[in-house]
Every structure is written in C-alpha cells, then in structure tokens.
Design a binder for this molecule. Structure first.
Ligand code: HEC
Length: 135
C-alpha cells in the first residue's frame, strides 16, 4: 500500500520545464527562513516561504532551527550533484510523499506552495558550493 502511494506521488512530480534545476542560493536562504503563507492572515497574492528552518538545520550560522527533519548542513558536499541526487532532491521538494508516504514535510510543488523558481533557489541553497549550507 505504502509503495503504491509513493509510486503515484512520484508520477505527479513536475521537473523543471527548461531542464534548469538551479537558481540563486541567496534567494533560497530567504525562502528557507520565511514562514509566510497558507495561514488565515496571509493574502492570496502574498509570496509564500518554505519554513525549512522549522524542521531542518541548513546554514550553520542560523542557530534557530527545528529537528523534525534531518540536518541539511553540507547537503551538496555530502551528496554530490549526480543527476540521480539532483532529481531526487527536486522531487523531494516538489512532493515529499513520493519518497515517504507518511512524510511530515510539506509538498511544496504539489500544492503550489512554492513556484518552480523558488524551488530552483532552494536547490541552489542545497547544492551550490558557494552556499552557506556547504561551507
Ligand atoms: C514540517 C517539517 C518540515 C519542513 C517545513 C520541511 N521539511 Fe524537509 N524533511 C522533513 C522530514 C521529516 C524529512 C525526512 C524524510 C521524510 O520523512 O520525508 C525531510 C527531508 C528533506 C530532504 C531529504 C533529506 C535526505 O537526506 O534525503 C530535503 C532535501 C529536505 N527535507 C529539504 C527541505 C527544504 C528545502 C524545506 C523548505 C522548503 C523543507 N525540507 C521543509 C520535514 C520538513
């Protein structure tokens, strides 16, 4: 059952339309910090954030982070940037349930919480050698 749920979620992932997975890590850091969006006080036209620090460590200098999810410090350094890793990470951000049917991580692409460009910026935050995540 669980694997069927994951398989269906995997099929629904939309990969970047132009094959470009990476934006700007500095923008990604702002999105990771921002908890805006999807609450009663947010307006429809407001830009959502990712709340990544609510659950993950990313930049080591940021000491306020939750630990529901694993630390993502040194993510790119540890994982490398093979096509498999890059596609997996995009997919995880797009729809976390594709890899864990019971994931607590929000499905940022699936529910259109974040745009394709915002996901690109978060990908850069995770993978760019210049990003504080990999320092
Ligand atoms: C509510 C908590 C929560 C939030 C918010 C969250 N995550 Fe996660 N994340 C998790 C959990 C839990 C996992 C572990 C795998 C699973 O259960 O899905 C995870 C896994 C991941 C992974 C895979 C790690 C690995 O080693 O394979 C990445 C990458 C990731 N998250 C990035 C992000 C980014 C970037 C954001 C912000 C846009 C974010 N997460 C927001 C909970 C969260």
């Amino acid at each position: 059952m669980q694997s069927r749920i994951e398989k269906n979620n995997l099929k629904s992932i939309v990969y970047p339309s132009d094959g470009n997975y990476f934006g700007k890590w500095s923008e990604g850091e702002k999105i990771a910090q921002s908890g805006k969006g999807a609450t009663w006080s947010d307006k429809n036209e407001d830009v959502n954030g990712g709340s990544c620090y609510n659950c993950h460590q990313l930049d080591k200098k940021e000491i306020a982070y939750g630990n529901i999810g694993p630390s993502l410090y040194n993510y790119g350094k540890l994982r490398g940037n093979s096509e498999a890793v890059v596609k997996y990470t995009w997919g995880k951000l797009y729809n976390a349930k594709a890899f864990n049917a019971c994931s607590a991580m929000p499905r940022f692409g699936h529910f259109k919480l974040l745009t394709e460009n915002q996901i690109r910026d978060l990908m850069a935050l995770l993978f760019d050698p210049q990003s504080p995540v990999n320092q």
